[in-house]
Design a protein around this ligand. Structure first.
Ligand SMILES: [Zn+2]
Length: 238
């Protein structure tokens, strides 16, 4: 299995988290960034799972005052070894998040940077997917991951047309997450990813996400795991 998105450095014990993931069959994971100025380097990790990296300015970290500095740091960190994507980046319309204009500016600049570098993006789109997809469409980016996909079903086709993969995480385990659970069977098999967003969910619980996604799609967990693994290798080109 491949975990399409984790924040390993935010886990209490990243080494142990990686070991536990390996024990349940996670062969690789993508460790995404939040703020390129402060994202910590990873401690020494076991040989398995493979850990690939992404850096980006998360919408929660987008700052009017610091944006130039954040972008300069991002440009440097994208040169680090093992970087396969730009992210997280995106829009989050929940209360307490930075003003929308700043989030839009940060996302627009990052989309241009990803296109320039030929990197896929990892999108965090919360209560703002229409605007987010419109910004992707206006950019040159045509490869990426919509992480923490929460539905709706109607957003799948436009996202797929833009070259995006839909990554399903721990929300699917919540019986009340009707919009997502109803959308899961409609994700094309060649665009489906799974993630834990660890520490949101402990990395070894990727097994539970796979099992629930399989149940909702009427498929076998092993088939979902293999598909999602092939898809992760395709989008991250690893
Ligand atoms: Zn996110």
């Amino acid at each position: 299995m491949i975990d399409a998105l984790v924040h390993l450095e935010r886990c209490d014990d990243p080494t142990r988290a990686a070991e536990q993931a390996a024990r349940v069959g996670v062969s690789a994971m993508l460790c995404a960034g939040v703020d390129p100025r402060t994202d910590r380097p990873l401690p020494p990790l076991p040989a398995s799972p493979e850990v690939h990296r992404a850096f980006g300015i998360h919408p929660e970290a987008a700052s009017e005052r610091d944006l130039a500095e954040q972008l300069a740091a991002l440009a440097r960190r994208l040169d680090e070894p093992g970087v396969v994507a730009l992210g997280e980046c995106g829009l989050d319309a929940r209360e307490g998040m930075p003003p929308k204009e700043i989030q839009v500016r940060a996302l627009t600049v990052q989309l241009a940077l990803a296109a320039e570098r030929g990197l896929p993006v990892i999108l965090h789109l919360v209560r703002a997917h229409a605007r987010g997809l419109a910004l992707v469409e206006e950019s040159q980016v045509r490869a990426g991951v919509w992480h923490g996909f929460a539905g709706p079903r109607e957003a799948i086709a436009p996202a797929v047309r833009l070259g995006l993969f839909l990554s399903v995480g721990g929300l699917v385990l919540n019986q009340r997450a009707k919009r997502l659970r109803e959308a899961v069977p409609h994700i094309p098999a060649d665009r489906l990813l799974v993630e834990t967003d660890a520490p949101e969910l402990p990395p070894e619980r990727l097994v539970d996400v796979v099992a629930e996604v399989a149940r909702l799609r009427g498929e076998q967990p092993i088939d979902v795991a293999r598909r999602a693994e092939d898809n992760a290798r395709a989008v991250y080109r690893r």
